[in-house]
Design a binder for this molecule. Structure first.
Ligand SMILES: [Zn+2]
Length: 432
């Protein structure tokens, strides 16, 4: 049975940033069967009609870098650079139990969906399949995996490789065919992993046909560490080891030089840009314009609630623009349309999922967000795109549709008992 969302101002996204005022979207079997001006299509017998009353519809936002398992200790360590901050939080994060990890992941998935995020690439340390398990229950898309560490370089905590490989294989089997779950194999970083581990993880990813994910070139100190150890900068190091390749997902890439950008472009790698996290941890401002100009797809990421502290891609879009303009003193350095591209279809490219998600067009998955955006002068394409990036936030999200299914509407999730989950969280952490 088809469902028609009509009387909508559709921002369909894509490179053309197509808008359809007074539009309608027809959904059939989880996909967009038809989209266009509402007046140009006659209602058909038997279809369910949803009148959106002029609200805005945009593609579901895509979070290309997250750590759902790190949602419990938000605000427990807000100062310091990357290394100082990580050290301040280690007493909390290193004592987490599996139940903490699970409930933390629930918090993250609920926050993301309620904020209009329909797909996320989540990097665990332990429990590589956990995010996909929760996301699928909620009805959200995920690209899940764990980032392997070398115990001799990251001694706090137990080793997570090859256990991450086994967890990933188990999750792939458990959620095969659900249409929402994809996976990667990853390594934490060039400074927390030996060259041998990086190569081993990449090889395992290739064997399973999965993308390889890693944090890279996040801070200046990381560059110094990798230079001292290996005589190469982080991207040079990854390139020399042969772990950069088509579809690799690199978080951060703040400290990359032009020749390293060329390496990323040549490899076909994508970048997850985390502007709020990079700012909070005093890491720096990634050269987004140069990366994109070289043909490297750039998506946006929230990173964890420890380094952000919210999972809000509206904010990432806005901050991405502000930081590029602040760093360059060029008011045209990045525009709202660039931010929208990174938050939607370019993010989908980074995750290798752009054949199905990231834009609204017939044949693609019906993943979209309904926003209650009003403008004193009325909605036009320019005002809608500007408002989404500079004025809107989670408070404007009225409904989230993923694979044609409404998973969140008017503050309530539809696929699970949110009161039960919230009660579980309150009980466990003694907040009754
Ligand atoms: Zn991260």
């Amino acid at each position: 049975m088809s469902t028609v969302f009509t009387n909508a101002f559709i921002y369909a996204g894509g490179p053309a940033h197509r808008c359809i005022p007074d539009g309608a979207i027809v959904i059939d079997a989880g996909r967009i069967a038809w989209m266009g001006p509402a007046a140009s299509r006659a209602p058909q017998a038997g279809e369910v009609v949803r009148d959106l009353g002029g609200k805005v519809v945009m593609p579901g936002m895509i979070n290309t870098h997250a750590h759902g398992g790190l949602s419990l200790h938000r605000g427990c360590g807000d100062e310091g650079d990357l290394f100082e901050w990580a050290a301040s939080l280690a007493p909390f994060t290193s004592t987490m139990t599996d139940e903490d990890n699970l409930l933390s992941t629930w918090m993250a998935v609920m926050e993301m969906v309620a904020h209009g995020i329909t797909a996320a690439c989540d990097c665990a340390r332990y429990g590589a399949g956990l995010f996909s398990q929760v996301a699928s229950t909620v009805g959200m898309r995920s690209v899940s995996g764990a980032l392997a560490n070398s115990p001799e370089l990251r001694p706090n905590g137990k080793p997570n490789w090859p256990s991450a490989l086994e967890e990933t294989k188990d999750a792939m089997a458990a959620r095969a065919g659900d249409g929402l779950s994809r996976f990667f194999l990853g390594a934490h970083s060039p400074y927390n992993c030996t060259p041998a581990l990086l190569v081993e993880v990449k090889q395992a990813a290739d064997d399973l046909g999965l993308p390889f994910a890693i944090h890279a070139a996040e801070s200046r100190k990381e560059v110094q560490i990798v230079l001292e150890r290996h005589g190469r900068r982080p991207i040079e190091h990854l390139h020399a080891l042969g772990v950069l390749g088509e579809g690799a997902i690199l978080a951060h890439c703040v400290w990359v030089q032009p020749h390293e950008i060329a390496m990323l472009a040549e490899a076909g790698a994508g970048v997850a840009h985390n502007p709020v996290s990079n700012g909070k941890l005093a890491s720096g401002i990634a050269p987004i314009r140069d990366l994109r100009a070289a043909g490297v797809p750039v998506g946006l990421g929230t990173d964890s609630t420890l380094s952000n502290n919210s999972l809000n891609l509206f904010q990432e879009m806005k901050v991405a623009v502000l930081l590029q303009r602040t760093a360059s003193l060029d008011g045209f350095a990045l525009k709202a349309t660039d931010a929208l591209a990174m938050g939607t279809h370019e993010g989908a490219r980074v995750l290798g999922w752009d054949d199905e998600i990231g834009t609204l067009e017939p044949g693609k998955a019906a993943d979209f967000v309904v926003l209650d955006i009003d403008h004193p002068l009325g909605l036009t394409p320019g005002r809608v795109m500007s408002d989404i990036v500079y004025a809107a936030g989670p408070q404007h999200v009225r409904e989230v549709v993923i694979a044609g299914r409404t998973v969140f509407r008017d503050g309530r999730f539809t696929q699970f008992d949110q009161d039960e989950i919230r009660a579980r969280i309150k009980t466990r952490y003694g907040r009754n």
